[in-house]
Write a protein that binds this ligand. Structure first.
Ligand SMILES: [Zn+2]
Length: 220
C-alpha cells in the first residue's frame, strides 16, 4: 500500500511542504508520521507530527487557521510530501500568511522580506498592486489607474486586448507575450480595484477545469 512505500526517516517521519492549491505559494514546512498522513487523508484537514512535542497535531487546532487538503503528492524518493491546501487563515504562528517571510540577502544576512514575499509571480504582482493602492505618496502608474477608477481601467483593458488580438493575428511571439502581459496586468488592477483576490479568480478557473467542459457549460 502507498503509505508503506514511503521512505520514513529513522524517527518515522517524512517532510511535508504545505502549498496553496490555487496561488502556488509555499505556506509552511513540517513533518508527518504515518498516522498524521492517514488522519490527513481521512479528514482532508492537514495533520502533522510535532518533533518538539512528540505528538500528532492538526494545523489550526488552537489558532483556528486550519488547512484543508485537496491533494497529497509524493516526491520521487518517497521521503517528502506536498499537501495542496486551501488555508483558512494565516499559516504562520507569527500571523504572517506564510512561514517563509524572511530572506537571506546576498551577504548572508537575515532580512524581513518585502510584503510580496517568496510568492510566485502573479501573487507577488497582486501584493505589489495592493501596496501601491494603499500608499498615499505613490505616483505610480498603478496608483493613477486605481485613482481614475473603473472607466479608465475599462478603456485600458479594451486597448490592451485589441493590441493582443492584433499581435496574435500577425506579430511575433515576443509581441504576443508582451501584450498578454499588459492584459494580465490591467486585469489584476481591475481586480484590486474591486478587492477581488487573485485567489478568488484562480478558484473560479480551477473549478472550471476540474469538471468536464460539458458539465461546466451546463452549470453556467
Ligand atoms: Zn511559521
Amino acid at each position: 500500500m502507498g503509505l508503506d512505500a514511503l521512505n520514513y526517516d529513522n524517527q518515522g517521519l517524512v517532510a511535508v511542504i504545505a502549498q496553496d492549491a490555487e496561488t502556488g505559494e509555499v505556506r509552511m514546512m513540517a513533518y508527518a508520521d504515518r498516522t498524521a498522513i492517514e488522519r490527513t487523508l481521512e479528514t482532508s484537514e492537514a495533520h502533522f507530527f510535532s518533533r518538539s512535542r512528540q505528538k500528532l497535531w492538526q494545523k489550526g487546532e488552537s489558532s483556528g487557521n486550519t488547512m484543508s487538503v485537496r491533494e497529497v503528492w509524493v516526491d520521487c524518493d518517497g521521503d517528502a510530501l506536498i499537501y495542496l491546501v486551501d488555508p483558512a487563515g494565516p499559516s504562520c504562528h507569527t500571523g504572517q500568511d506564510t512561514c517563509f517571510f524572511r530572506q537571506l540577502n546576498t551577504g548572508g544576512e537575515l532580512v524581513e522580506g518585502s510584503t510580496a514575499g517568496a510568492a510566485p509571480t502573479l501573487l507577488r504582482l497582486e501584493r505589489i498592486l495592493r501596496e501601491r493602492r494603499a500608499s498615499s505618496a505613490d505616483k505610480s502608474y498603478t496608483k493613477s489607474l486605481l485613482d481614475a477608477g473603473p472607466s479608465k481601467i475599462d478603456a485600458k483593458m479594451r486597448e490592451e486586448a485589441e493590441e493582443l488580438g492584433q499581435a496574435l493575428i500577425g506579430e511575433s511571439d515576443d509581441r504576443v507575450a508582451s501584450e498578454a502581459g499588459d492584459v494580465l496586468y490591467h486585469l489584476l488592477v481591475g481586480l484590486v480595484l474591486r478587492d477581488i483576490s487573485l485567489r478568488d479568480l484562480l478558484t473560479v478557473l480551477s473549478k472550471r477545469f476540474s469538471r468536464s467542459g460539458h458539465e461546466e457549460k451546463a452549470s453556467r
